[in-house]
Design a protein around this ligand. Structure first.
Ligand SMILES: [Zn+2]
Length: 447
């Protein structure tokens, strides 16, 4: 009963509207115009009323449902991508575009029945575009779904900072296509508080920041601007401006996180390395004119499962602190439990060879005072890359122009070395203090 009443209602109230709209539709189609847009929504209401009540003949010629899930996004600085949900019975999709919301829409593309996307490659950065998408079925177009989008310049990538010889921060980055300006931001913390310090309109992809102060770490970010529209800011890049008189030492407690290092007799190298490094820092900070940093202060590492990348990031951290020396703290291990003593792995690089030999021997001398056997300062060359260091951490440190070495304080696998130093807090503290004393001697630091 209810359905019948509804049918009567449809005929009485909507039939004149349907006739009017169909007339308009065929008139509109013949003119290929966009006049239909306004009346389309009316037709949609009436046709769904019919669909829910009756007649396959009407359904065949009825207006298809509008497209669902329409989205638009700036795919690049000159492309906008539209996506939508596939409509089961569509013969295709028509995409119209205008630069004003209300009119002037032009057909810019057609998509086939199996396509749920359209890439508009004829847009200009910074302009706002309005789109209408219609489903087509048996030559009849659905009501239009509307969406707008604006392209943005791409995010700035490859931002790097370095120190000029005059202790100014120099920034460089990769050019962004179609960028007319770059805006440089600076902060004293990595996560927030960035302020605009420079707008570059010359197309240059570098900037030298002269207004920096010694002993301060600065963080930078850059974004591109096209036609007044700004892209996303880059990742931050930091630099510490050296204090002219200060020596900077970065201790690198080896291993950590997924990598425990050598494990013997219940001792883990990652834990002992960290402890020794903390004692070394504590002792060295008792001296004047020195800044000391650790690459890690917890059971953590820069890059899980990828040692090569981890070494690189540890060295880059040290470089960001402008380290004079990059000292990696380790313990040796051997299946032969009688192997014991201290050893240094210094660089084969000509620039650092002698420095490594001298500092390495000072460290071995200090360690031998604790009763640890003195082995030697080793300069091991890579077998595959002649002229380069075998040890990744040394190679990466030297590549960043720092005096770099590994201290193998003693053997974690040696019952003798364990009983001498590793088994007690006091012994482990003495190992760190020995490193600090030798470094202070090398750099002629005083307390
Ligand atoms: Zn190790």
């Amino acid at each position: 009963m209810k359905n019948q009443r509804d049918n009567e209602k449809v005929l009485r109230y909507y039939l004149p509207v349907i006739l009017f709209v169909f007339t308009m539709f065929f008139w509109g189609s013949s003119k290929k115009g966009t006049v239909l847009a306004a009346s389309a929504e009316v037709l949609e209401t009436t046709s769904s009323a019919i669909a829910s009540t009756d007649s396959t003949t009407v359904q065949e010629n009825q207006k298809p449902d509008p497209v669902a899930g329409l989205k638009a996004s700036a795919y690049s600085y000159r492309k906008i991508r539209l996506t939508w949900n596939l409509s089961a019975y569509a013969d295709g999709y028509y995409i119209y575009r205008s630069e004003t919301k209300t009119g002037g829409y032009v057909l810019v593309g057609k998509a086939g029945p199996a396509s749920n996307r359209f890439m508009d490659r004829t847009v200009v950065t910074g302009k706002l575009y309005y789109y209408r998408v219609r489903v087509v079925k048996n030559g009849i177009k659905s009501a239009a779904m509307r969406i707008s989008c604006k392209t943005k310049p791409q995010k700035v990538k490859g931002l790097g900072t370095s120190l000029t010889s005059k202790n100014k921060a120099r920034l460089t980055w990769t050019a962004v296509p179609n960028a007319q300006q770059y805006v440089v931001y600076r902060s004293l913390t990595q996560t927030g508080g960035y302020k605009k310090i420079k707008t570059i309109s010359s197309g240059k992809t570098y900037y030298t920041n002269a207004s920096v102060k010694p002993g301060i770490t600065y963080y930078y970010r850059v974004r591109a601007v096209s036609n007044g529209t700004a892209g996303k800011v880059s990742k931050s890049s930091s630099i510490s401006i050296p204090d002219g008189n200060k020596i900077v030492i970065v201790f690198d407690p080896g291993h950590g996180g997924w990598d425990s290092g050598a494990c013997y007799f219940g001792y883990k190298e990652e834990d002992l390395n960290l402890e020794i490094a903390k004692y070394a820092k504590e002792e060295l900070e008792k001296y004047q004119n020195v800044s000391v940093y650790l690459t890690r202060t917890t059971d953590w590492t820069f890059c899980n499962e990828d040692k090569a990348k981890d070494f690189k990031l540890r060295a880059e951290f040290a470089k960001s602190k402008n380290a004079n020396a990059f000292i990696s703290i380790h313990l040796n291990a051997s299946e032969n439990q009688s192997a014991n003593g201290a050893e240094i792995y210094a660089s084969v690089n000509q620039k650092f060879y002698t420095q490594g030999e001298v500092l390495g021997n000072l460290i071995l001398n200090q360690l031998s005072k604790l009763g640890i056997a003195k082995r030697e300062v080793v300069h091991r060359m890579s077998g595959t890359n002649p002229g380069q260091d075998y040890y990744g951490i040394v190679r990466n440190g030297v590549a960043n122009d720092m005096l770099s070495m590994i201290i193998e304080h003693c053997f974690i696998s040696s019952p003798l070395d364990i009983s001498k130093v590793l088994s007690t807090t006091a012994g482990r503290r003495k190992l760190g203090q020995a490193d600090a004393t030798a470094i202070a001697e090398y750099y002629k630091l005083s307390k």
